[in-house]
Design a protein around this ligand. Structure first.
Ligand SMILES: [Zn+2]
Length: 363
């Protein structure tokens, strides 16, 4: 793709409008109590994460808001027979007595929510003094299955590569891998590898950008040397991923599909982790994401679609890995400047560092 990228016009990135979009999506989060929506913790993460990538958390939220969000997240940490973790949202009531913080089999913590809770607390610069580290290690152990994969909740629920990635990030942040069988998990990842060089959700599934990112990040987080991938396997994965950037500059998630903003992160991140980030044409990538900007703020999956916090966050994360080279003719050069992203745990480097230092010391 290189050589043609100067032809891509770069309008300004509407940072303030994008911050406004995620801020609107955040409102009401901690207070609406009777809500079974399991995605609330994830939405909080995408919204606050977007503000963090834009470096607008301090400017756009008050200390009172941040304090109430931290409290709300800690209310979701529960413990019980399988150890401790975070629930997706308060199932019965918003205010909890000590008894209510113990879960039943119908109200267990959730592995993906535990990952998003830790990252969101790091964005909010929590000191993690309330983290039940030993309880979380037991919880991870209870979620791992015989084939090395992890279920979303102990003893049941969905299992796919996403849950394995969450278990690995949590172990990495705790700086303690005693809650997981790394060997079993790595062999499960290997079983998800497709003939194309990408990875599917499960064994024998079609390769997909999201799961390929997750496989690459998990393998590189694992405390093992050397890298379990052979040089020819790495080459094949790079080749598969690099071909997903299309003429528009956007990435598609699977062979012969349309470009979608989120795959700029999933596939771009895979290439970055594999040391092949220079294969990404960052100027055409930025031009594609600019065309996905929604007129009232936020970034959509494709031009002409409505924006949402998920695509907004992942687009900003992609730009943090691949900020475009700026030319003098560009409308607003500074709007495209970003801090670096930690591609393995998917957070701004400064936030990743905060998470590592404050979570690991808790016992
Ligand atoms: Zn998407």
């Amino acid at each position: 793709m290189s050589g043609t990228s100067e032809n891509f016009y770069l309008p300004s990135l509407a940072r303030a409008a994008h911050a406004g979009h995620v801020k609107r999506c955040l409102s009401g989060l901690p207070d609406s109590q009777v809500d079974l929506d399991s995605g609330r913790m994830a939405i909080a993460f995408y919204c606050l994460g977007s503000l963090d990538l834009l470096k607008m958390v301090q400017e756009r939220t008050s200390e009172t808001d941040r304090e109430s969000w931290r409290e709300w997240i800690w209310e979701q940490q529960t413990s019980g027979i399988y150890g401790s973790g975070f629930r997706p949202s308060p199932f019965m009531t918003g205010s909890m007595s000590v008894e209510e913080t113990r879960y039943t089999d119908y109200d267990t913590p959730h592995i993906i929510m535990t990952y998003t809770a830790l990252l969101t607390l790091a964005i909010l610069r929590d000191d993690f003094s309330r983290l039940d580290k030993e309880g979380i290690l037991s919880f991870l152990k209870a979620c791992q299955r015989e084939d090395g994969s992890f279920s979303t909740v102990p003893g049941g629920g969905e299992t796919d590569l996403r849950t394995l990635y969450c278990a690995f990030v949590i172990s990495h942040l705790l700086d303690d891998w005693s809650g997981v069988s790394v060997e079993g998990a790595l062999s499960f990842i290997a079983s998800c590898r497709s003939y194309e060089g990408g990875y599917g959700q499960f064994t024998h599934c079609e390769a997909n950008g999201g799961t390929t990112y997750i496989a690459m990040a998990a393998i590189h987080l694992a405390p093992v040397t050397p890298n379990p991938l052979t040089p020819s396997e790495i080459r094949k994965t790079i080749e598969w991923a690099a071909h997903k950037q299309l003429q528009s500059g956007g990435f598609c998630g699977r062979t012969n599909k349309l470009a979608d903003a989120c795959y700029c992160f999933w596939i771009g991140g895979s290439l970055k982790i594999l040391g092949a980030g220079d294969l990404v044409d960052s100027r055409s990538l930025a031009s594609f994401l600019a065309s996905c900007q929604f007129k009232y703020g936020g970034i959509a999956k494709a031009p002409g679609e409505h924006s949402d916090p998920y695509h907004t966050y992942l687009s900003l994360a992609a730009l943090s890995m691949f900020p475009p080279p700026i030319s003098a003719n560009d409308a607003n050069n500074s709007s495209w400047a970003f801090d670096a992203l930690d591609p393995l745990i998917n957070a701004r480097e400064e936030t990743a560092k905060w998470a590592r230092t404050h979570i690991a010391i808790r016992r």
